[in-house]
Design a protein around this ligand. Structure first.
Ligand SMILES: O=C(O)CCC(=O)C(=O)O
Ligand SMILES: [Fe+2]
Length: 282
């Protein structure tokens, strides 16, 4: 079974329909090749100095470069893309709000074998979330073309509704082949993994993921984004990266202060009586 492809004009509702059915879907050409090249140029100095992974899961020939909110202003536009936020908000609508979970440019180098097939939500200490109860909505933006040969992400379609801790082989998967600028959307529950890179060039994808605000973020945004940079970002974006309370009280500061009030002392609201979820992150 191949993955469904949607056009760049697809609505969040269409994306989420496909996610609920298959666990993954590709939106073709959501960004132009020129935009992806500009992002690549911004990230190049950071990718160059990133070491390859320490184990088979991270990949001995794979570089994972994070901290993209701070390092790449262009990545902020992708992180807050309306289709990504719309789809995450819809998929996770049973929660009070969602937030950015991690940002990672994944450069799979030539010779890298396939990554073990896994669920991203295993990051939550393997908690067995009920089938159909989504806590995570993920994207991988193709910064190069994704092909079978260069390690396109491998997906087990429909596996988001199966039992936990299953083992799959490559034969159970299909390749998320897509052109540069296209985006793979997938849930935290779908079984998948990076593909083997048998080509001569790196396969680069931008993994930007979102999760409900009552779970701990995989990438610590408070320490990844220096305060001097955080203070220059729009309030809605700050809420998206975690400067807000999750649900009613999670993450408050000292006397019930909102995290935003601490970061931006003037003008922010305080107290538990001020529900603050902006439409864009609900
Ligand atoms: O790079 C990819 O295609 C997928 C990587 C992945 O699934 C992961 O690191 O969790
Ligand atoms: Fe993964």
């Amino acid at each position: 079974m191949a993955l469904q492809h949607l056009s760049p004009t697809a609505t969040p509702v269409r994306v989420v329909e496909a996610l609920k059915r298959d666990g993954a879907v590709i939106v073709d050409d959501l960004a132009s090749a020129e935009v992806m090249d500009a992002v690549a140029a911004e990230l190049a100095p950071w990718l160059e100095r990133t070491p390859t992974g320490p184990d088979a899961f991270s990949g001995f020939h794979t570089r994972r470069t994070g901290g993209l909110v701070a390092r790449s202003p262009l990545c902020r536009d992708l992180i807050s893309h309306s289709l990504a936020l719309g789809a995450a908000g819809k998929l996770l609508e049973h929660a009070t709000s969602f937030q950015l979970h991690l940002t990672q440019a994944i450069s799979i180098g030539p010779g890298e074998p396939a990554q073990p097939i896994h669920r991203d939500q295993w990051a939550f200490d393997f908690f067995p979330f009920p089938a159909g109860y989504d806590v995570q909505c993920n994207t991988i933006w193709a910064m190069t073309d994704f092909t079978v040969a260069n390690g396109a992400t491998r997906i087990v379609p429909g596996s988001h509704l199966l039992a936990d801790r299953l083992k799959f082989s490559q034969a159970d998967t299909v390749a998320a082949e897509m052109a540069k600028g296209s985006v793979l959307f997938y849930t935290g529950a779908v079984y998948h993994g990076g593909g083997a890179n048998q080509s001569r060039a790196a396969r680069v994808g931008l993994n930007i993921t979102y999760a409900v605000t009552w779970l701990r973020q995989e990438e610590n945004q408070y320490l990844s984004v220096p305060f001097e940079i955080a203070r220059t970002l729009p309030v809605d974006f700050l809420k998206l990266i975690g400067y807000r309370r999750g649900a009613y009280a999670l993450g408050y500061v000292d006397d019930l202060r909102d995290p935003l009030e601490v970061l931006l002392p003037r003008g922010a609201q305080s107290g538990f009586g001020s529900p603050d979820a902006p439409a864009s992150t609900r």
